[in-house]
Write a protein of this length. Structure first.
Lengths: 307, 307
């Protein structure tokens, strides 16, 4: 099984109540690849970087089984750059700087070597570019997952609705689910969103966990209560990477296996927030991942005898 | 096993985005009793009501196995009255009216017939009154659970800290846990609170579920995703009633059984919010409770094979 990942590879500068960074590597596809490559090889990256992008990151990803044939390198422009500041609750943030740079000209191309992939992860990007990648695939993947955000709902809702008809799973946060559906209740919002195309909806709620909806079924995954959330940047993409990695590894796209995949994604995301940027993801071991998943099992398991 | 419940029996007038009520029966001890009496008899109520309190409510509670020997009836004053308005998110509310009425003179007395109870639920009230009830008991109950709120942290923190040294379990919401401990991280907050006396801490997070802390252990219980949350009044007390009811029924106060008790409490709370006031609690059947608890099992269960 192989997994194609579309998304940004970029630089971020982050301020949190616990500290701040200079420019560090980031981008949705970077986080997805670091997380997913623990479970599945190859991860086939489609992205664009500028002349400032550290080649040792590409080398590191390649060593982890991430193919970068689909990563365009632009010689005369810098990489996409985002800077933001988180507040104490870590669920809200202010964007300080958004420099599109190379992203302004991004025209994603699927390399021939990627054709035939069974899994496609469309990271948060302009909906037209997400659609363009789907349309370049000669065989429709077994599972297409799309991540998006409020920004595209505000400036490209029609394009977003178009690409939603082409995907299987949508990943958004709670306020985005409300915005997309016009419903406050997440249960009602989920029903409306699933009428727009995706048969599965995952609503990410940060420290409050995540919900998976499918037909009349719902699954609730907790977030691990942590002493410190150091930097939430990339946590959603890391979640997506763990989720896709588990599905691609097992090849099983049933609702039941998606529940497990969400726990794997939540476990990966819980590592991501422990340090700035993808640093923690670069150092974790298989043993740590197993232990963390076991913590999630312990966190929610209970015995019940009906009264 | 028997359960003593201290708290208010009162009237509320409620506005939500879905409607509003005239004066309807409410009060922490009312909700606890309606919930707990599904699991354990007798529930031994300690409260105070005025000349306006509907005697058919007392009759209804008596029929359910709730003793009201400890409920004082004041002939020349009305019952405690609270009026509030909920916002769309149902987690925040404005208090419109608080008329203490009989509550201003409340001097709770434990009837002889209640002595020897194994379980004590101290509903949200002035901390000195909660302490007074503990001190009147000739035998210390097997488990003492205390509910409180931010109001007492602001005007009676020393009294609250005193009574905290005397109880086993504290029930608060997330912002109250932060206020009591001075810590933003709920994991750090829990550690500090458990140094103040209670060996167990339950943090209620409304639609985001609840956390149970004990030593280095933590358990996460989901809330049931609902199409409509009609009226959250009493949901926390109903949760407490289901929690205590299950513990008193089983007589088992281990961490493991508390996890199950929290699921039972969450299931009961999910009924409470479906209609205004305690109306839904007055009509539910044992079969509905069993089905609801099964929904919680389905909501969180997953299969995992470590990678």
């Amino acid at each position: 099984m192989s997994l194609i990942v579309l998304g940004t590879m970029a630089y971020d500068a982050i301020e949190t109540p616990f500290g701040k960074t200079e420019k560090i590597v980031g981008g949705s596809a970077t986080y997805v690849a670091y997380a997913a490559s623990n479970f599945i090889k190859p991860v086939q990256q489609i992205s664009i970087v500028g002349n400032d992008f550290d080649p040792t990151i590409i080398d590191d990803l390649n060593r982890r089984g991430v193919m970068t044939d689909g990563v365009e390198r632009v010689p005369d422009k810098p990489s996409f750059f985002w800077s933001g500041r988180y507040h104490m609750d870590m669920n809200t943030r202010d964007t300080l700087v958004t420099d599109l740079n190379v992203l302004a000209d991004f025209n994603p191309q699927v390399p021939d070597s990627y054709q035939g992939a069974e899994f496609l992860m469309l990271g948060n990007l302009m909906p037209k570019l997400q659609q363009q990648v789907i349309e370049q695939l000669k065989t429709r993947p077994k599972l297409i997952v799309l991540d998006t955000m409020n920004f595209w709902m505000e400036i490209a809702m029609d394009d977003l609705k178009q690409v939603l008809t082409m995907v299987d799973v949508l990943l958004v946060n709670d306020s985005e689910a409300r915005q997309l559906s016009g419903e406050y209740s997440l249960v009602k919002a989920a029903k409306k969103v699933m009428e727009m195309g995706p048969k599965f909806l995952i609503i990410k709620k940060g420290e409050h966990g995540a919900l998976l909806f499918h037909g009349n079924h719902v699954f609730f995954a907790p977030a691990l209560p942590l002493e410190d959330v150091f930097d939430p940047t990339g946590a959603g993409d890391t979640f997506a990477g763990g989720f896709m990695g588990h599905l691609a590894k097992t090849g099983d796209i049933s609702f039941n296996n998606m529940k497990t995949a969400i726990i794997v994604g939540s476990a990966m995301a819980s590592f991501c927030v422990e340090k700035f940027g993808p640093e923690r993801l670069q150092e974790i071991t298989k043993k740590e991942i197993d232990e963390r998943i076991q913590q999630f099992v312990n966190l929610v398991q209970f015995d019940i005898d009906l009264v």
